[in-house]
Design a protein around this ligand. Structure first.
Ligand code: HEC
Length: 124
C-alpha cells in the first residue's frame, strides 16, 4: 500500500510544478483546437488566415513578412512576449480595437499558460 501512495503524491507534486510554468502537452491541445486553423507554428513560417507564428516571441506586432495585417495591428508597436500574447489572445477584440483576428478569446488562465509553454517551444 505504501509505495503506490508515494508514487501518487510524487505525481501530484510533479503536476503542480508543471502547471506553474504551463504544460506544453496540454498547450498543444489548446493550439490544435483553437489556433491551428489559422496559424502555423513550424519553421516554414507559412502564413494562412493568420500570420505564421514561427519566431513570434520577440517580434514586433504586425511585422511578419508577406502577411496583410489590419492597420490596427500594424500600428500596435507591441513586442510579443508570453504576457503580451496572453493579453491579446484572452480578448482579441477589446485588447487591440480594429484588429481582424476573428477569435472569441481564451479566459481560462491555465489554458493560456499551457498554450504559452507550447508556443515557446515550437515557434523558436
Ligand atoms: C479565425 C482565424 C484565427 C484564429 C482562430 C486565431 N487567430 Fe491569431 N490572428 C489571426 C489574424 C487574421 C491575425 C492578424 C490580425 C490583424 O492583422 O489585425 C492574427 C494575429 C495573431 C497574432 C499577432 C501576430 C503578429 O505577427 O503580429 C498572434 C500572436 C496570434 N494571432 C495568436 C493566436 C493564438 C495563440 C490563437 C489561438 C488561441 C489564435 N491567434 C487564433 C487569425 C486567427
Amino acid at each position: 500500500m505504501r509505495l503506490p501512495l508515494i508514487v501518487f503524491i510524487a505525481s501530484l507534486a510533479f503536476a503542480a510544478a508543471a502547471r506553474a510554468d504551463g504544460d506544453a502537452a496540454a498547450g498543444l491541445k489548446v493550439y490544435t483546437t483553437k489556433c491551428k486553423i489559422c496559424h502555423s507554428v513550424d519553421a516554414s513560417g507559412k502564413n494562412g488566415v493568420g500570420p505564421g507564428l514561427n519566431g513570434v516571441f520577440g517580434r514586433t506586432a504586425g511585422t511578419k513578412e508577406g502577411f496583410a495585417y489590419s492597420p490596427a495591428m500594424k500600428a500596435m508597436g507591441t513586442v510579443w512576449s508570453a504576457d503580451t500574447i496572453k493579453a491579446y489572445v484572452a480578448n482579441p477584440k477589446d485588447s487591440v480595437p480594429g484588429n481582424k483576428m476573428a477569435f472569441v478569446g481564451i479566459k481560462n488562465p491555465d489554458e493560456l499558460e499551457n498554450l504559452m509553454a507550447y508556443l515557446k517551444e515550437v515557434t523558436k
